[in-house]
Design a protein around this ligand. Structure first.
Ligand code: FES
Length: 240
């Protein structure tokens, strides 16, 4: 068994306030790459954002200086209650051992519907039946690697360790591309950055985690995809 990875930096959830980021964690902007059919394929880094020392990232969704906090949360009736589970992926995971050369694990309490686990033809669940074909296996691995939330993970066999993509220690402010147009996505923290609740208790440290920065998730501090529904509706209405 390899040691559990952690980094020096920390993301602290401040009670009914922003995320306090300590430890010189780089902040970047990433945009989703989608196919001509709207299928999420990958991410591209567009920009490294300037930060100096510890910084605070908006959690309520109303800062005029997003991604940074401008204290608007004090005035906007922000419900910052943290409801995300504090147990571990391994305790919640479902293990699918029916594949060839791959064991797929999933925990949908982490899911924020980013869509990387499927395309217009199939999805991971269906593709497992065809993993005797290495190309299909490789595609499942790539889909799992690109999912920002870490809902899925995989091992080579039942006894094997989970294999994680080699992500950098960084936080990405994301833009998602939807059928209605580009929208603001969640914060995507990678590289085993510890996330601490406002009461000081740690969440499980994982290679990747998506954090709500719209203020509307029902499982804060995790993103649950609500930002997408809200912004897509707004874009639809604006087009009418
Ligand atoms: S950023 Fe708030 S639900 Fe996704």
């Amino acid at each position: 068994m390899t040691e559990k990875k952690t980094t020096k930096g920390t993301i602290k959830v401040l009670s009914f306030g922003p995320y306090l980021v300590e430890g010189d964690i780089p902040l970047v902007h990433k945009t989703q790459i989608v196919s001509e059919y709207g299928e999420p394929l990958n991410w591209k880094t567009d920009e490294v954002l300037k930060t100096e020392g510890p910084y605070e990232l908006c959690r309520c969704g109303h800062s005029l200086e997003k991604p940074f906090c401008d204290s608007t949360h004090c005035e906007c009736d922000f419900d910052g209650i943290e409801k995300a589970p504090t147990d571990n992926f391994v305790d919640r995971q479902r293990v699918n051992e029916s594949g060839t050369g791959i064991v797929v694990k999933s925990d949908f309490t982490l899911c924020m519907d980013s869509g990387f686990c499927g395309n217009r033809i199939a999805n991971i669940k269906k593709m497992i039946a065809d993993t005797a074909e290495p190309k299909v296996r490789a595609e499942i691995m790539a889909m799992i690697d690109r999912c920002p939330s870490g809902t899925y993970s995989y091992a080579m066999d039942k006894e094997g360790e989970d294999i994680e993509a080699d992500y950098p220690v960084q936080i990405a402010v994301t833009t998602e591309i939807t059928s209605e147009g580009p929208i603001e996505g969640s914060l995507w923290a990678t590289g085993y950055i510890p996330v601490e609740r406002s009461d000081g208790k740690p969440f499980e440290t994982r290679n990747r985690v998506t954090l709500c920065n719209c203020g509307e998730s029902k499982k804060k501090p995790l993103c649950d995809g609500t930002h997408r529904h809200i912004q897509e509706e707004a874009l639809k209405k604006a087009k009418q």
